[in-house]
Structure formats: C-alpha cells, structure tokens
Design a protein around this ligand. Structure first.
Ligand SMILES: Cc1ncc(COP(=O)(O)O)c(C=O)c1O
Ligand SMILES: *[C@@H]1O[C@H](CO)[C@@H](O)[C@H](O)[C@H]1NC(C)=O
Ligand SMILES: *[C@@H]1O[C@H](CO)[C@@H](O)[C@H](O)[C@H]1NC(C)=O
Ligand SMILES: *[C@@H]1O[C@H](CO)[C@@H](O)[C@H](O)[C@H]1NC(C)=O
Length: 414
C-alpha cells in the first residue's frame, strides 16, 4: 500500500551555522582571487592548516609507545592531562593549586567544557533550581554561548555592554554599569583573552575594576579561554585575568580550549577548571561533574589529551610548544601591521588603528552588512556579516587584494 507519512515530517529545517555556511559558499566560488576570512582556525602564509611541529613529534611518540592502549579513560579524563602540572591556566606557583582546591575535568573541546560547566551551574549553583538565574554574555559574543546556556536550561540569558561601535573599542562604562545593575549572584561569561569576535580585551586596570564590582556584588564568573597564547604570544600574559580573579579569592569556572593553541581542532581537547574554596568543597563539586559527564559522553577521547598531556609534562616539549604558539601569534601580528599600513597608504576613509589595537585571531573591521555583502559578491572575499575577519585568512600574497577590496567597499558602499 501507500507508504505512511514519516513520523518526522513535522521536523523543521534548522538554519545552517553561519561560519560553516560561509566556508561552503567559499568552496563553491571559482574566482581565482577568492579569499576566506571567515574560518575560525589558524592558516599559514600559504593559506594551509598547520600541524604544529611539536604535535607531529608527540604523535610519533604515541604511535611508537607500546605501553599505550585504547581502554576507557576515567570519566573525568586522562590523569596526566588533568593534572598537567597546572602550568597553563593558573600558573605553576598558583596558591589555589597548592591548597588543593583546583580541579579539572577533561572535556570535548572548549564547547564541551562550557556545556558541562553550564549544566553543573544550572543544577547546583546557589541552590538547586537555577533556571531563573540570569546569565550575562557580552554583546557581541561567540554565538554559541547563548545556545549552550539555553540548552543547559537557563531561561534568562542577557547581553552585557561590551563593544562600542563608534569608538571601535571597549564600552567600559556600559560594561561596569551592567555589573552594578545585575541581580546579585548573576552569572557572567567573560572571555579570558582575545575576545571573539571583537579582538578587544579589557586592560589590566580595567579587569581590576570589573573584579572589584563582581566581588562586591557577588556575581559569578565563568571564564571562556579559547585563545590563550594567541593574544600576545605569551601564555602567561594571556592568562593574566584568570590568575588575577583567582588571586582575589573568587570561586570560579574556566572553560579551556586547546583547539586553537595546539591546532587540535578535530581532536576535541578541552578542560573545565574548577576553583573552589577548599578541597572538601572541590571534591563534592567534581563528584557532581562526574555524574553529568557520565550521561553526556560517559568517557572522553584520549588521543588529543595524550598529545597535550605529554607536551605539557615534558619541559623540552613544553618549550617547543610555546615557540610554536608564538609562531602563530607573530604571523597574526604581522598581518595586522600590514593590513593597517596598506589601508592607510590607500587613504581608505576612517581610522584603522583598531586593526593593530585588537588582538588574537579576529578583528572587527567596522565594515557594515552592506559592505560585507559587497566584499563577498563583488570581490569574492568572504567574511562574517558582523564584519569579523580572521587575521590568518590574510597572507603576504592576498593582502594587497584584500586591502584594495576593503578600500572599495568603504568608498563605494555606505
Ligand atoms: C570564544 C570561544 N569559546 C569557545 C570556543 C570553542 O572551542 P572548541 O572548538 O574547543 O570547542 C570557540 C571556538 O571558536 C570560541 O571562539
Ligand atoms: C585542567 O585543569 C586543571 C585544574 O585547573 C589543571 O590542574 C590542569 O593542569 C588542566 N589541564 C591542562 C591540560 O591544562
Ligand atoms: C525552576 O524554576 C523555573 C523558573 O523559576 C520554573 O519555571 C521551573 O518549573 C522550575 N523547575 C523545577 C524543577 O522546579
Ligand atoms: C566547604 O564545604 C563544607 C561542607 O562539606 C562546609 O562545611 C565548609 O564550610 C565549606 N567551606 C567553605 C569555605 O565554605
């Protein structure tokens, strides 16, 4: 007889994820000078992905190591990854680590760390039912922040002031004002460094002001650290805000991603750090996180965590990794300098100092949606509708073409 209607015929088509859609459009474009400034990953000066030399080396060590197997890992992760001498986020001499009140959960990327952290907060932060606790995310932010907290059950997700479009910089007074007005115990998601998408971070003095209000008003901080090393080339400098908050006595969460700074995007390596008041409280927190992980992915994958763990636990490999990170950060800095210089040489209207003031992989160009459309349709230069570009999409070969395209977009399209 007739096949029955599918029981899924009412499932609506979900919209594509903007950044992956942009890359698909780019692939289909056959223009010889096309450029993709949309991707959220590092590219070499030949527009290629980069396997860090230290990662290649450790991958070989892993292949040759006959003591390794593919047994399940502990639910909270590979021990050598979880401890990893705590060199990265908090610093080797962190008092919180010495006090035994810092714990880590291996997660599936920074996203997984955010999701487990959000789920834990919804269940256990400040009472059992937290669906009504406000969660503040920066305006603008990485678009997944909203969805991750919404999927964890939070019902009241609000933007806080961050980007001042006219100034092309941080809206500090708007930010501080939102901190003053937020209900006590609200959760604030803060980008630890290299803010995505604006490339604009608070200065150390500004972080101190932010911390002062957060402490006084009992606001909770959840750091998202996806670009450590990319902002300045130094792991220490880029962790300054996190370490400052910890030194000020905050109990907090940090979602750490190793996707960008190890170039391990598809291995899904992340770490959720918990800084608690004392070891007794930490132990109970971790026991609840273990329950959440058990029903989410049950058991984390090992390859990426082994690479990161081995690298961080061996002084020579650790030094080599820091060098590799600096190579990436320096290329970004070079492209910033050159793009600014080229736009200034072309006499492109407007100021372009923000290109070199911003840091990390991304820059918020200030191009409006119509100018972005012109860049894509007329110049085959792909970038996010927000005007965000990935600085590593620029190379010494395409930078003249991109600068000229931006010049035309700004002068021809209002
Ligand atoms: C701000 C921010 N947080 C988290 C992530 C997630 O990283 P991962 O790929 O490790 O999940 C990204 C990735 O683009 C990001 O930009
Ligand atoms: C994961 O987080 C814990 C707690 O902060 C830390 O001790 C550990 O070093 C981190 N692991 C890595 C690989 O950074
Ligand atoms: C939690 O609180 C929200 C809003 O305050 C409410 O809608 C929801 O039903 C509550 N859930 C439980 C399990 O109590
Ligand atoms: C940690 O948890 C215990 C309960 O197990 C509590 O008695 C103690 O006061 C907590 N520590 C702090 C600093 O709150």
């Amino acid at each position: 007889g007739e096949p029955a209607m599918s029981i899924f015929s009412e499932v609506p088509q979900a919209p594509p994820v903007a950044v992956f859609k942009l890359t698909a459009d780019f692939r289909e474009d056959s223009h010889p000078q096309k450029v993709n400034l949309g991707v959220g990953a590092y590219r070499t000066d030949d527009s290629q992905p980069w396997v860090l030399p230290v990662v290649k080396k450790v991958e070989r060590l892993i292949v040759e190591d006959s003591s390794l197997n593919h047994e399940y890992l502990p639910i909270l992760g590979l021990p050598e990854f979880r401890s990893a001498a705590s060199k990265v986020a908090l610093g080797e001499d962190s008092a919180a680590i010495k006090d035994n009140r810092v714990g880590g959960v291996q997660a599936l990327g920074g996203t997984g760390a955010l999701r487990i952290g959000a789920e834990f907060l919804r269940r256990w932060y400040n009472g059992v039912n937290n669906t009504a606790t406000p969660v503040y995310v920066s305006a603008p932010t990485w678009e997944n922040h909203n969805a991750v907290f919404a999927d964890a059950g939070f019902k009241d997700i609000r933007p806080y002031h961050y980007w001042d479009a006219a100034k092309r910089g941080l809206d500090l007074s708007g930010f501080l004002d939102d901190l003053e007005k937020a209900p006590e115990h609200s959760i604030f998601v803060l980008h630890a460094c290299a803010h995505n998408p604006t490339g604009t971070d608070p200065s150390q003095d500004e972080w101190k002001k932010i911390a002062e209000i957060m402490k006084r008003r009992n606001l909770f901080v959840f750091f998202d650290s996806a670009y450590q090393g990319f902002a300045s080339g130094s792991l220490e400098k880029d962790a300054w805000a996190i370490r400052f908050f910890v030194s000020e006595g905050f109990e907090l969460l940090v979602a750490q991603s190793f996707s960008k700074n190890f170039g391990l995007y598809n291995e899904r390596v992340g770490n959720l750090t918990v800084v608690a008041r004392d070891n007794e409280n930490l132990t109970r927190i971790l026991s609840q996180m273990e329950k959440i992980v058990r029903t989410t992915w049950s058991n984390p994958p090992s390859q990426g965590a082994r690479i990161v763990g081995k690298t961080l636990n061996c002084p020579e490999l650790f030094a080599e990794w820091k060098d590799n990170v600096k190579t990436m950060a320096d290329r970004v800095l070079l492209m910033r300098d050159q793009l600014k210089a080229k736009l200034q040489a072309l006499g492109t209207p407007g100021t372009w100092d923000h290109i070199t003031q911003q840091i990390g992989m991304f820059s918020f160009t200030g191009l409006n949606p119509k100018q972005v459309e012109f860049m894509i349709k007329e110049k085959h230069v792909y970038l996010m509708a927000s005007g965000r570009i990935n600085m590593c999409g620029l190379t010494t070969k395409n930078i003249d073409y991109v600068a000229q395209s931006i010049h035309e977009a700004v002068t021809k399209v209002q």
